[in-house]
Design a protein around this ligand. Structure first.
Ligand code: ADP
Ligand code: ZN
Length: 605
């Protein structure tokens, strides 16, 4: 589909132009008007030219003398010097006495050019804007000269051949299923109208960033072969109060003309946030939201305009938006599971040249937690790596390496660790891997590396689950904490001292331990009581504590005990396998990277 963008010129653009004009006027036109090209000379030259009868006309002012050469092609000026016989001598030299060579820059002219004119221009622009704004707000709104206040909804012109289709969006089968109905409706609304069924006006696509919400909306338009309007919620919120609302109005006007069609509003939370009635709340946003609600109520059902909106913060949306007749259908677009990841990888792999026998399942397993956008990125990074290495197509190793790039950043080629540091990092990473391997119910180790990364990681241990994990048992979570503490434990065992290298492990372990107690009900003291609520399920999942200060203190104590217990467990495991710890760490120190099989071979030898 080709995208036609309406040019958008912000207000500042017009003010910029006005300022530029004023500047040019002042810099060039004014001096020119006032003095043309006047050459400054000394009084001696003036006297000599008088003597030689080279002067055409002369104008004597109180503070300067202006004169021209004989054929009046050049104007000169010079200062006034006490010279009693000047007039006589000039008369003898047959010059013309003139008042007209240059008019003395009159103070009125100066005032006009430097102050009044610029102000007039500014005021003019200001009035023009105000008029247009009120026109819009009062619902008039004729076509506007510069297209200001027009919605920036980009129009995707119908094009069945190269549009995005459902087959381009992989791994979100449930979402596709609920949207298929919309496609059918857009194809032939009459079937639905006959039976009296009403299509929802608005559908909310809810899910974490990069899971394909935009793609899905485009695919609906592509499948139904209807125009696609798209705008981002943040684009509604403009500099001036009232602009957002007028954009909403415009958008719906356009859409109704083009119906049947899809209107896609990305990041709807930017305008659709809860109106909390705070003093000094965001007026502009609320007006825009109100306008959106009005418009949605305004057009009748079955008008052929379907509004899709995307958000990753559904809990922050205003309830009014979710009422029946507005966005009353919600389609979750979650992070893809293992099978979904594999499908997405395959869809994107078709766009680049790849080796025929790539194990996409393995790549998908390694990329657990990745979104569709991450996976598209992994394929692209893989292709780039293939080019760097002079290959004609991407191979398995390229994709695996690019997962690491996406997870941990690029290898830092010039980071120089001292031998001692390198050894500490090796022990640390083997500590993680060994604790993981010696516990039952831990994901197998896939790879250990101590090559520093641009993300700041000095090394890492990659564990890859065999299949999909939907549930974790308490034991598995505890093992996870133990694995996180294994790095620090290994440092302590091997060197008798500890380093800053475990900071991220500590953070992760604490987070899990806290969640066990406050959210998963895995604490004996508190049982199944939620002490924390998740604010933003799809964006990082930060939490708010919902308990008394005393309870908080108890929670903190329990978190400490929990992590400590797991640390002791990890320490014990490593002590029991001390010789393996040494052997593996030495090996990793020399090789810098070892894979899972190598690791298991040494461990079981
Ligand atoms: P969202 O709108 O959910 O943030 P997008 O639809 O903009 O995500 O997706 C960004 C990019 O990620 C897409 O252009 C596409 O390349 C890739 N992508 C995301 N999800 C999928 C998917 N399910 N199938 C194929 N590609 C996907
Ligand atoms: Zn670590």
């Amino acid at each position: 589909m080709d995208e036609i963008k309406t040019p958008k010129k912000p207000l500042i653009f017009y003010y910029g132009i006005a300022l530029l004009i004023i500047f040019l006027l002042n810099a060039f036109a004014m001096p020119w008007l006032m003095e043309r090209q006047v050459k400054e000379t000394d009084y001696g030259t003036f006297m000599r030219m008088t003597e030689n009868k080279e002067i055409g006309s002369v104008q004597i002012q109180h503070n300067q003398i202006i004169f021209t050469n004989k054929d009046e092609t050049q104007i000169f000026k010079t200062g006034v010097v006490e010279d009693p016989n000047r007039t006589e001598r000039l008369y003898d030299a047959e010059v013309t006495f003139s008042q007209e060579i240059i008019k003395e820059a009159s103070p009125i002219m100066t005032l006009l050019f430097t102050w009044i004119l610029p102000m007039a221009i500014m005021i003019g622009i200001g009035r023009y804007m105000t008029r247009k704004l009120t026109e819009r707000a009062s619902g008039g709104g004729s076509s506007m000269m510069f297209g200001m206040g027009k919605s920036n909804a980009k129009v995707y012109v119908k094009s069945s051949s190269d549009g995005i289709r459902f087959t381009d969006v992989a791994g979100v089968d449930e979402a596709k299923e609920s949207l298929t109905e919309i496609v059918d409706y857009l194809h032939d609304p009459s079937i639905f109208q006959e039976i009296g069924a009403k299509m929802p006006k608005g559908i909310l696509l809810v899910g974490p960033p990069g899971t394909g919400k935009t793609m899905l909306a485009k695919a609906v338009a592509g499948e139904a072969n209807v125009p696609f309007f798209s705008i981002s919620g943040s684009e509604f919120v403009e500099m001036f109060v009232g602009m957002g609302a007028s954009k909403v109005r415009d958008l719906f006007k356009q859409a109704k003309e083009k119906s049947p069609c899809i209107v896609f509003i990305d990041e709807i939370d930017a305008i659709g946030q809860k109106r909390d009635g705070r003093i000094g709340g965001n007026d502009e946003r609320e007006q825009t939201l109100n306008q959106l609600l009005t418009e949605m109520d305004g057009f009748e059902e079955n008008a052929g305009v379907i509004i899709l909106a995307a958000t990753n913060r559904p809990d922050s949306l205003d309830q009014a938006l979710l009422r029946p007749g507005r966005f009353d259908r919600r389609v979750p677009v979650e992070l893809p599971d293992l099978k979904g990841r594999e499908e997405i990888l395959k869809v994107h792999a078709k766009k680049v040249r790849t080796d025929a026998n790539i194990d996409f399942n393995k790549v998908a397993r390694m990329a657990s937690g990745a979104s569709g956008a991450d996976l598209a990125n992994i394929i692209n990074e893989g292709a780039l790596r293939a080019v760097r290495d002079g290959r004609k197509f991407a191979i398995q190793a390229d994709l695996e390496a690019s997962i690491e790039v996406v997870i941990a950043g690029y290898e830092k080629k010039n980071a120089i660790l001292s031998d001692k540091e390198k050894l500490i990092v090796a022990y640390h990473e083997v500590g993680h891997a060994l604790v993981a391997a010696k516990q039952t119910n831990s994901a197998p180790v896939e790879k250990i590396t101590i090559v520093p990364r641009t993300s700041g990681a000095l090394g890492y241990t990659m564990q890859v689950d065999e299949g999909n994990r939907y549930l974790l048992s308490q034991e598995e979570i505890e093992n996870k904490i133990a694995t996180y503490t294994g790095g620090r434990a290994a440092e302590e065992i091997a060197f008798g001292s500890v380093t800053t290298g475990a900071s991220n492990d500590i953070e992760q372990a604490t987070k899990i331990a806290r969640a066990m107690i406050t959210r998963y009900g895995m604490s004996k003291n508190f049982g199944m009581v939620a002490m924390e609520t998740v604010n933003n399920q799809y964006l990082g999942g930060d939490t708010t504590l919902a308990c008394s200060a005393e309870t908080q203190a108890l929670i903190d104590k329990e978190v400490v005990t929990l992590v400590k217990t797991q640390y002791d467990k990890a320490y014990q495991i490593l002590i029991e396998n001390r010789s393996k710890l040494d052997e593996l760490s030495k090996h990793l120190y020399e090789e810098e990277t070892i894979n899972g099989e190598e690791f298991m071979r040494i461990l079981e030898a």
